[in-house]
Design a protein around this ligand. Structure first.
Ligand code: GTP
Length: 248
């Protein structure tokens, strides 16, 4: 079972790779860890495969690249190693029950660069966990954005993608209303219709397509800090593996 953690900077990819891996290991599963982030300095898990063995952002900055240029250059250089990295991942996947893949800090380095495509297209039925944080959810239209972003990731990478709201330890009281807006499309649409702004109108039009373009997706509510939601994430990964992507 291959689980890829993808999300914006700071959404908790590295922390959840470590803590979910630890949870699985405590439950008797063997876990392989893959780090695809060339910019990370310290990892809270021991990677079996680490792209920093090939190139790091730090090295490139010493060559004179600026921080953003160094990130892009690092993935340009990794492209010629993509086949070897995929080979290593597939080998590790044979040996372990679960394979957890931690992706670049900046999500665009994976989604908008060929490197991400080259890696995911050769893996067998990986499940992408799209991590987002509660702070992005301020208005009903933000919920529409998040639901569509998960669909966009699936479109770009060709992978089953499950939205994972991380850091739920920070939002105890608001959780029921957040759940409702994320899961009940009719309710979300009704709330969107109350927003008279251009963005509200746009979100309302876009979200009316949700039932058509997205199967009733389960959202995972997790905390990489407390381990909340890890049982659901494990069940989902298992179901995905057994049903080849049908998570309805
Ligand atoms: P980059 O790769 O550095 O862009 O970030 P990332 O997505 O790997 O996030 P990382 O795991 O480094 O976490 C970012 C910050 O969020 C750290 O300070 C974590 O301790 C914190 N964090 C991650 N998950 C949780 C969570 O579930 N709850 C809380 N409260 N904090 C979290």
């Amino acid at each position: 079972m291959i689980l890829i953690f993808l999300g914006t900077a700071g959404s908790g990819k590295t922390t959840i790779t470590a803590s979910f891996g630890e949870y699985l290991e405590k439950n008797g599963k063997s876990v392989g860890y893959v780090n695809l982030d060339t910019g990370v300095k310290k990892l809270p898990y021991r990677p079996d495969i680490d792209v920093r063995d090939i190139i790091t952002v730090e090295e490139l900055m010493k060559e004179g690249y600026g921080p953003n240029g160094a990130i892009v250059e690092s993935y340009d250089r990794l492209l010629s190693h993509a086949e070897g990295i995929v080979g290593g991942i597939l080998e590790l996947d044979e040996e372990r029950d679960y394979l957890l893949i931690d992706t670049p800090g900046q999500m665009e380095s994976f989604l908008f660069h060929d490197f991400g495509i080259r890696i995911t297209e050769h893996l067998s039925e990986p499940l992408v966990a799209y991590l987002f944080s509660p702070e992005i959810l301020k208005k009903p239209r933000d919920y529409c954005f998040v639901r569509f972003f998960a669909i966009m990731i699936a479109l770009r990478l060709g992978t089953t993608t499950v939205p994972v709201l991380n850091k739920v330890d920070l939002i105890k009281e608001e959780l029921p209303s957040i759940r409702r807006l994320l899961e009940e499309v009719d309710y979300l649409n009704a709330r969107l219709r109350l927003d008279p702004s251009m963005q509200g109108l746009l979100a309302s039009r876009i979200c009316s397509f949700l039932p058509e373009v997205s199967s009733p997706v389960r959202v995972v509510y997790a905390s990489a800090k407390t381990g909340e939601g890890f049982d659901e994430l494990e069940t989902l990964s298992y179901e995905h593996y057994c049903t080849c992507g049908d998570l309805t």
